[in-house]
Design a protein around this ligand. Structure first.
Ligand code: DTR
Ligand code: CA
Ligand code: ZN
Ligand code: ZN
Length: 443
């Protein structure tokens, strides 16, 4: 679980937890990635609610049931699956495109979804094939990957995430016929557009009922990102060795684009050693319903689906942040003293932020210097230009120390950066008093 929280979460713990996460000694490995990426990535990557992912799988199951029992290329169930996913993305603010192609005499569809913003010359792609085989509904293969990246995309929207790179998500058609849709997409990319794709992340079968935790051993940076995530939750992983050429990352890899991904296993048999480290049943296939009619909603291991969904979010956030470190920080400061009336009305001090583009960062730093003889009397809030309040400090009758001199980290990624930001301070207990000495925002 990481600290990303939607805006207006006024629980006082938010800022102190964020601050604690940045300033606290290393947390036990079981609680955070052992070699965590930048704290911004750890703080910003949200937990993906597995219940939401399973709700998408339930919809895909219903679609298959209503359309002859499958979601295969050229069948009604596939286009209905595309329509479901597209509607969710359109409602969430993505720019969606349906790319059509023909295979086996039938029309195929790739669904491409671009998240507005980010550097168009640096595109991080995340993909999964949406089609099933004709034998069944394809809930693990590959509803699991499709639903997990859909929920990750929706989490990007919920967070108002504005990464340095441009985010693109893709749901491929006709993978079961030989990666037809993804190959068509890559082959129809202009050379200049191929060069803009900094990485392609592939997720094909990530909820297998007797799961393994396999990481593609292709691009080392992508591989390390996933391995770091799993190390952080103390789950051992293995290198995915038999996947080369067997899913939609293949055409990207053949085009020289860095690729990576996760896999929970198909028809291969789980060994005793693997059962020892991962649980489950040795001597049985990772997914004994692979390409079978029993690949239904019941054919999912929720823990594997949850862990892999969270790993996807971790990688999308971690690999889309700025590769060039942000400038040391643009500071907006107000040093005018403002008296804080004892046990009285709140007072404010403002800074006018200009020259920024887009939203404020997920790790906006608010540094305050408030002189006071009993800091437990004070409640401190950051007020965004639109009036949204972010609690930085709650009052505490037991905190008798003097002065509030601290830096808080606020996830302000849903706030426009430019505008008048305010520090609001209120003394809520009689006796003792003080004043705002100075405060600043660092972007
Ligand atoms: N070919 C995929 C399933 C599959 C089998 N082995 C791997 C390895 C890595 C990714 C995917 C797969 C399919 O049937 O859709
Ligand atoms: Ca989760
Ligand atoms: Zn398959
Ligand atoms: Zn598949």
């Amino acid at each position: 679980m990481t600290l990303a929280l939607p805006r207006r979460t006024t629980v006082a713990a938010v800022a102190s937890l964020a601050l604690a996460a940045l300033l606290a000694p290393a947390v036990p490995a079981s609680a955070a990635p052992s070699t965590a990426p930048s704290s911004a990535a750890v703080l910003a990557a949200p937990d993906i609610p597995v219940a939401n992912v399973k709700a998408h799988l339930a919809q895909l199951q219903s679609i298959a049931t209503a359309n002859g029992g499958n979601r295969a290329h050229g069948r009604a169930g596939y286009k209905a699956s595309v329509d479901y996913v597209k509607a969710k993305l359109d409602a969430a603010g993505f720019t969606t495109t349906l790319q059509t192609f023909t295979s086996g005499g039938s029309t195929g569809y790739n669904l491409i979804a671009d998240w507005p913003g980010g550097d168009a010359s640096q595109v991080l792609m995340t993909g999964a094939h949406l089609d099933s085989v004709t034998a069944g509904p394809g809930i693990n293969d590959n509803g699991s990957g499709s639903a997990a990246i859909l929920e990750t995309a929706l989490a990007v929207s919920r967070a108002g995430y504005q990464p340095s790179k441009h985010l693109r998500f893709a749901w491929w058609g006709a993978e079961e016929l030989g990666m037809v849709g993804s190959t068509y997409y890559v082959n129809h990319l202009a050379t200049a557009d191929r060069a803009k794709i900094t990485g392609y992340l592939n997720f094909d079968m990530i909820g297998s009922p007797n799961p393994g935790y396999f990481v593609y051993d292709d691009d080392p940076t992508i591989e390390k990102t996933f391995k770091d995530y799993y190390a952080g939750i103390s789950i051992p992983t293995e290198i995915e060795t038999e996947g080369d050429g067997r899913s939609d990352h293949a055409p990207f890899k053949n085009a020289g684009i860095p690729v990576g991904g996760l896999f929970s296993g198909a028809d291969y048999i789980k060994t005793a050693a693997q059962a020892q480290k991962w649980g489950g049943t040795s001597g049985l296939a990772f997914d004994r319903c692979y390409h079978a009619s029993c690949d239904t909603s019941a054919n999912i291991n929720d823990t594997a689906l949850d862990r892999n969904s969270d790993a996807i979010a971790y990688a999308v956030w971690g690999l889309s942040a700025a590769t060039t470190p942000p400038p040391s920080g643009t500071v907006f400061e107000n040093t005018a003293d403002v008296a804080v009336p004892d046990n009285g009305a709140a007072v404010t001090s403002s800074v006018s932020v200009t020259g920024r583009t887009g939203n404020a960062p997920a790790t906006l730093k608010a540094s305050v210097d408030i002189k006071h003889t009993y800091r437990g009397d004070l409640v401190v809030d950051l007020i965004a230009p639109d009036g949204s309040a972010y609690r930085l400090k709650n009052s505490s009758s037991s905190d008798s120390a003097a002065n509030v001199i601290a830096t808080y980290t606020v996830n302000a990624s849903s706030e426009a950066a430019n505008g008048t930001w305010k520090l609001r301070v209120q003394d809520v207990a009689a006796q003792d008093t003080g004043y705002i000495d100075s405060w600043k925002l660092t972007f």
